[in-house]
Design a protein around this ligand. Structure first.
Ligand SMILES: CCCCCCCCCCCCCC(=O)SCCNC(=O)CCNC(=O)[C@H](O)C(C)(C)COP(=O)(O)OP(=O)(O)OC[C@H]1O[C@@H](n2cnc3c(N)ncnc32)[C@H](O)[C@@H]1OP(=O)(O)O
Ligand SMILES: Cc1cc2nc3c(=O)[nH]c(=O)nc-3n(C[C@H](O)[C@H](O)[C@H](O)COP(=O)(O)OP(=O)(O)OC[C@H]3O[C@@H](n4cnc5c(N)ncnc54)[C@H](O)[C@@H]3O)c2cc1C
Length: 615
């Protein structure tokens, strides 16, 4: 859409006090990454077939899926070409930068998201060298997904009921769904798209259950795409978001696969049925760990999109004067509006930095595991659980706050904020539900509190538990170091309270698991335990208000630095030129309800009632 840039946005950009490009380079981890990202953006976003004439929202469920599949395979073809041309489409920060462009292309979810993001990465991480050589061919016919959750069990994966029974007479596993609750339910791309999948199932050899293992199973004919005999597969129906993700269900009726289809890097079943144990029995959960780590950066990116839309809109939108004799003000001038928006910008930076740190930690720990050293895995798991849980919860709350900050127009699908919210809030549940993951971290903290309480040696990372017990915490200081000290005190105090409740429940004769359940609210809730006083809080509050005023002139510059193209933002409210009302009118004109001046329902239903006695 051509036309002049909104005057208020021009003024905002003029008064910005820092170099926007420099911040963009910091966000991209270096100028060379910015250049590379822009090249890929240009290459993919210039493909005309990827753009819709009719907005996605006006399509039926079936049309949406078919449209998304058309685009997914255009993108896949391009990615394969880039790959053979030796152009790396991911970089050292996270593997997700290519996904961000796809937000714009699909305005929803790529049905191949799990194929690209989880299927290949699980094979790469958990299959043996021979299996990888066979399955990880760039021109493979396999379109895969990651099939774990069942109708009856998602969080408690040890409860999964699908079985894989070894038949040594034929050297095969028999995959079976014993009852309705064992039907696989949810995997992305499973409904219609995938012809193969990685299935999590309970391994049985000679009547002994060895727990959960991952198996590669073909489920549709590669040529005709018809489900193979013994496979019942389909799509699960409309959802709050993810409606192009093709989530599916799957049942096996004694479906046979070769023994060599079990992922055998860390664990093996030999020809004679001998079971060779893994070095750590949670290595099978590795794909969930990796996805939790990558999600932190993805959620930071979703926050930057929401902030860009809401801040630019707030600079363009003028409503009510502050003093009655003044013109109407940009809504960005209201301090309460700044409070709603600037925290979203800040949180995006926080989770981007933490996501990068976690990504590097994951690389380091994975290299150690490769060398047979499992020592750092529990800590990485505890951190990934907690950070995935709070980043998804924060992101969905802040995206919703941005939507509300755009008033009525934020409720329009054309603002793209509802779609960003639906996408973000799903992450609170998938890949480990919020509370369930927090309780995993709590379990880890309580273990170290027990050591502290029993005055046993603690690792350096938990030295502050001992400081708390010995009351070594300093008086509150209003400085970054002081705030970190304050947070340590809160964690220690919260862990102590939960631990004490747990002990009390145990003394009252409860079994450990029961006592844990009774303490679970304390285990997940925060309280104030630091030495902070009412005066300190007042000082912090006024410092916060000063900071809002300092950020205000740079607000638009800060979101411009996220450097998200209009094609990816997909928002009438957040486009770079700020021509909000023009874009809204143009989008409204695409509504099918505007095709006829008089809709035919008037003649069919309205007129016979309203004109009944007058005809
Ligand atoms: C790559 C790019 C991707 C981008 C894609 C993004 C879009 C994605 C789109 C959507 C995609 C959506 C895709 C999807 O949604 S795929 C489906 C995802 N599903 C889940 O995430 C299920 C969540 N549940 C679990 O993970 C397990 O059941 C938990 C962990 C809760 C319990 O499990 P379990 O009952 O077996 O264990 P336990 O509680 O008895 O604890 C026993 C011990 O084990 C330790 N322990 C547990 N786990 C780990 C671990 N991993 N590494 C190391 N250690 C671990 C634990 O600390 C404890 O240690 P200790 O205290 O005894 O010492
Ligand atoms: C959009 C989307 C995409 C998905 N994609 C995939 C996919 O590709 N592949 C796949 O395999 N799965 C997928 N899933 C499934 C997803 O991983 C599960 O839904 C998720 O792990 C939560 O499990 P659940 O549905 O069993 O929830 P439940 O565990 O039934 O949660 C319900 C409530 O019970 C509480 N609860 C459960 N256990 C405990 C406990 N021990 N202590 C305290 N409270 C507890 C929870 O906190 C929650 O409040 C997807 C889900 C969604 C929404």
């Amino acid at each position: 859409m051509g036309g002049r840039v909104n005057e208020d946005l021009i003024k905002e950009r003029r008064k910005c006090t820092f170099d926007i490009k420099e911040l963009t380079h910091i966000i991209d981890c270096g100028e060379e990454n910015t250049i590379k990202r822009k090249q890929i953006d240009n290459y993919i976003l210039n493909i005309k077939e990827l753009w819709d004439d009719v907005p996605e929202e006006y399509l039926s469920h079936k049309e949406r899926y078919e449209n998304a599949i058309k685009k997914a395979f255009i993108v896949l073809k391009v990615l394969r070409q880039l790959h053979t041309g030796n152009i790396q489409i991911t970089d050292h920060r996270t593997p997700t930068n290519v996904y961000s462009i796809q937000d714009g292309i699909f305005r929803n979810v790529n049905p191949l998201l799990i194929h690209i993001g989880l299927f290949w990465s699980t094979i790469a991480a958990q299959a043996s060298t021979e299996q990888q050589a066979e399955w990880l061919q760039p021109d493979s016919s396999m379109i895969g997904t990651y099939v774990q959750t069942e109708l009856g069990h998602g969080s408690f994966i040890r409860g999964i009921e699908t079985t894989a029974t070894y038949d040594s007479t034929t050297d095969e596993f028999i995959l079976h769904t014993p009852r309705l609750s064992a039907y696989k339910w949810w995997p992305g791309g499973l409904g219609n798209t995938a012809n193969a999948c990685l299935v999590m199932a309970q391994l049985y050899i000679n009547g002994t259950c060895h727990g959960l293992h991952i198996f590669l199973a073909q489920i549709r004919d590669f040529d005709t795409h018809k489900p193979l005999p013994g496979i019942k597969v389909g799509e699960i129906g409309p959802k709050m978001g993810f409606n192009t993700a093709d989530n599916g269900f799957l049942g096996f009726d004694n479906h046979r696969i070769p023994r060599t289809n079990m992922l055998m890097k860390n664990v093996q079943v030999l020809r004679d049925g001998t079971y060779v144990k893994p070095k750590h029995d949670k290595l099978t959960y590795g794909s969930m760990l990796l996805t939790r780590v990558t999600l932190i950066s993805d959620l930071a990116y979703q926050l930057s999109k929401a902030a860009t839309i809401a801040v630019r809109y707030s600079a363009v939108r003028r409503q009510s004067p502050i003093k009655s004799n003044e013109p109407e003000r940009q809504i960005l001038d209201f301090v309460s509006q700044q409070h709603k928006l600037f925290i979203t910008i800040a949180s995006s930076h926080v989770y981007r930095v933490v996501g990068l740190w976690m990504w590097n930690s994951h690389k380091r720990v994975t290299a150690d595991i490769h060398e047979g050293n499992m020592g750092q895995l529990p800590e990485l798991h505890a951190l990934a659980c907690c950070l995935k849980a709070i980043s998804s919860r924060d992101a969905s709350a802040l995206v919703e706050q941005c939507r509300l900050a755009c008033g009525g127009h934020g409720y329009m699908m054309a603002s793209n904020l509802p779609q960003i919210y639906a996408y973000t809030t799903a992450a609170v549940t998938y890949e480990g539900e919020y509370t369930v993951l927090l309780l995993q971290t709590a379990r880890y903290l309580v273990k170290f509190w027990r050591l502290a309480a029993e005055h046993k040696p603690l690792p350096q990372n938990f030295a502050y538990f001992e400081d708390y017990i010995k009351k070594n915490f300093e008086q509150w200081r209003n400085s970054p170091e002081g705030i970190i000290e304050g947070f340590k005190a809160i964690v220690a105090g919260k862990t102590k309270a939960a631990y004490d409740t747990l002990q009390c429940n145990l003394r009252n004769g409860r079994e450990f698991e029961e006592a844990w359940n009774m303490a679970s609210v304390q285990l997940t809730n925060a309280s104030e335990y630091s030495t902070i006083s009412r005066n300190d809080i007042e000082a912090l509050q006024s410092r916060y208000e000063e900071l809002l005023a300092l950020i205000r002139p740079n607000a638009v510059g800060l979101v411009d630095a996220f450097d998200i193209r209009d094609e990816v933002l997909c928002s009438t409210l957040g486009a770079y030129d700020g021509r909000v009302y023009e874009r809204m009118m143009e989008e409204a004109s695409k509504s099918p309800l505007n095709e006829d001046v008089v809709n035919e329902s008037f003649h069919k239903y309205i007129r016979p009632v309203t004109m009944k006695n007058k005809l």
